[in-house]
Write a protein that binds this ligand. Structure first.
Ligand code: GLU
Length: 409
């Protein structure tokens, strides 16, 4: 029995299904099923009041067959090794779906950033980077922002790495501030990519943006940006939420005027649980894992679930959605805009030549459209869901590289 709350088991469930359909060679199956490296570190930090605290940190490098490892770093009290392992594997499959030359990795530090001062946060980040110094680098493993980490955290990581290297190495992380080797359009990239996919999905719904009702869970970098961009494209964003709860208006919310959910005036308040069950055309879970599960999936009334977060839908919920004819556009395709512009950033850093906004947007649009088309065609050809198609496509690509490279003995 798969534990629905364990993201690693969830990821494996999908992997096994795709591997079986692909009739993946049993040796390759073992190689791709396991990460290359799991690193756990304990970070001593002198807190502002003089106390020494220890923080636990992880980096899991899942696969390097197609290039350096790539993936974000999250700061959260709930981070576990199993979660990071799942997220690292998802990065391998995500990079393969959008066909960028990276493998997958993920990192995390067990901490509550809201309880840390800025100088404590900087010390945690720098010590984490120092402990990982032998394992990261532009050719090895390139971290990026994820839950509760941002451009500032990336700037500290880049600086720490560069101090050890004795020269500036911008390409060691992506998601840096523009001007410090960051790429234009990186901050908005995940939300932008979701918007491109939403526009493509309108063809399936046979609707204009103005008739399309969207519900978004999460109002951070991914959900907040998607809400704004979809609103600008004419979509009716009827509900949005953050960790504390959501707001709803049946005719659509005035998204540009809502900077913080808590500050929104004269609007109906709903819980996150209620939000996920609202009747709508497109539901975008853009918060964390395990939001759509066996407990609520049969009450979901969306036509399309567009996954902004990583792993928001469990495999049981997937089965329920398939029965109910709800189309799930999977995370490893839908939210790949972020890592795609990270790839652009890495290219620009190594080139030392930076692109205009327009260029980033055009290239990202092209990648997202092409990848959506690839997955859709694959699903139709093999008569499988988009999720299974995305996994099959990704696993097939990584397996192909692994076979060509051979196993080093
Ligand atoms: N954290 C993002 C993700 O889960 C971006 C990773 C990256 O840019 O490397 O896809």
């Amino acid at each position: 029995m798969v534990d629905e709350t364990n993201p690693f088991e969830e990821m494996m469930q999908r992997f096994d299904r795709a591997a079986e359909l692909l009739r993946l060679d049993s040796g390759l199956y073992k190689v791709l099923r396991n990460p290359t490296r799991e690193i756990t570190v304990y970070l001593p930090v002198i807190m502002d009041d003089g106390r020494i605290e220890i923080f636990k940190g992880f980096r899991v490098q899942h696969n390097i067959a197609r290039g350096p490892c790539k993936g974000g770093i999250r700061y959260s009290p709930d981070v576990t090794l199993d979660e990071i392992k799942a997220l690292a594997a998802w990065m391998t499959w995500k990079c393969a779906v959008v066909n960028i030359p990276f493998g997958g990795a993920k990192g995390g530090v067990v901490c509550d950033p809201s309880q840390l001062t800025i100088s404590e946060l900087e010390k945690v980040t720098r010590r984490y980077t120092a402990e990982m110094i032998d394992f990261i680098g532009p050719e090895k493993d390139v971290p990026a922002p994820d839950l509760n980490t941002d451009e500032q955290v990336m700037a500290w990581m880049m600086d720490t790495y560069s101090m050890h290297a004795r020269h500036t190495v911008t390409a060691v992380v992506t998601g840096k501030p523009v001007g410090l080797g960051g790429s234009r359009g990186r901050r908005e990239a995940t939300g932008f990519g979701l918007t491109v996919i939403a526009l493509e999905a309108l063809r399936i719904l046979n609707k204009a943006p103005e008739e399309t009702r969207v519900v978004i869970q999460g109002y951070g970098n991914v959900g907040g940006t998607a809400a704004l961009l979809l609103h600008q494209q004419g979509f009716k964003v009827v509900a949005v939420s953050d960790i504390h709860g959501g707001i709803y208006h049946r005719d659509g919310l005035a998204i540009p005027s809502i900077t913080r959910i808590a500050d929104a005036q004269k609007i109906d308040r709903i819980t996150n649980a209620e939000l996920l069950e609202l009747s709508c055309d497109i539901l975008i879970p853009a918060a964390t894992e395990n939001q759509l599960t066996s407990k609520n999936a049969d009450r979901v009334r969306a036509k399309i679930v567009l996954e902004g977060a990583n792993g928001p839908t469990t495999h049981v919920a997937d089965e329920i959605f398939e029965e109910k004819n709800i189309l799930v556009i999977p995370d490893i395709l839908a939210n790949a805009g972020g890592v795609t512009v990270s790839y652009f950033e890495w290219v620009q850093d190594r080139y030392g030549y930076f692109w205009k906004d327009q260029e980033v947007r055009e290239r990202l649009t092209e990648v997202m459209k092409m990848s959506f088309g690839d997955v859709l065609n694959y699903a139709q050809m093999h008569q499988v869901t988009l999720r299974t198609a995305a996994y099959m496509l990704a696993i097939d690509r990584v397996a192909h590289y692994t076979k060509l490279r051979g196993i080093y003995a």
